[in-house]
Design a protein around this ligand. Structure first.
Ligand code: HEM
Length: 127
């Protein structure tokens, strides 16, 4: 895994850019009838704050992720692979709307380093 270079973090506009990316991204997610119901009882402010930290940390910014492990947060919600893929597709579209090129987008996705098995499924097992 290469060291996070500042370039992609800076290209995205630093933490203000990440904050705006997270806002734009969840507009898409909450607009998707397949995904929106998952968030019915979620504090959106907290969710966005955690997601800003997660992105900042993954892209070499100054914030450190202070939330729970992703597997712990998501397992038990019963998210399907298809729903995970829809979520990823919304992220892709949001990154494209930030005028990042394909190489930068690939770099961001690989730095986020989230496997579907951390998110998808019913159990809270750590297997
Ligand atoms: C790349 C994939 C994903 C990442 C990086 C991610 C990241 C996160 C983060 C950082 C949090 C906040 C954790 C905390 O509060 O401690 C969170 C919460 C949440 N995520 Fe995800 N997530 C992903 C995929 C998904 C998908 C596919 C769904 C559903 C379709 C989903 C539904 C939720 C819900 C409902 C919460 C709030 C849980 C609660 O209120 O306790 N996530 N996610």
């Amino acid at each position: 895994m290469p060291e996070p270079s500042p370039s992609v973090y800076q290209r995205i506009g630093g933490d203000p850019g990440i904050a705006s990316l997270v806002d734009q991204f969840y507009l898409r997610v909450f607009d998707d009838p397949e995904l929106a119901p998952f968030f019915a009882h979620t504090s959106v402010d907290h969710l966005k704050a955690m997601q800003r930290e997660f992105f900042s940390q993954a892209l070499g910014g100054p914030l450190t992720y202070s939330g729970r492990p992703l597997r712990e947060v998501h397992h038990g919600l019963g998210i399907t692979l298809n729903q995970f893929q829809r979520f990823a597709e919304h992220l892709l579209r949001t990154l494209e709307s930030f005028h990042l090129n394909r190489q930068e987008i690939d770099q961001i996705i690989s730095r986020l380093n989230v496997d579907a098995d951390q998110i998808v499924g019913q159990s809270n097992d750590s297997a």
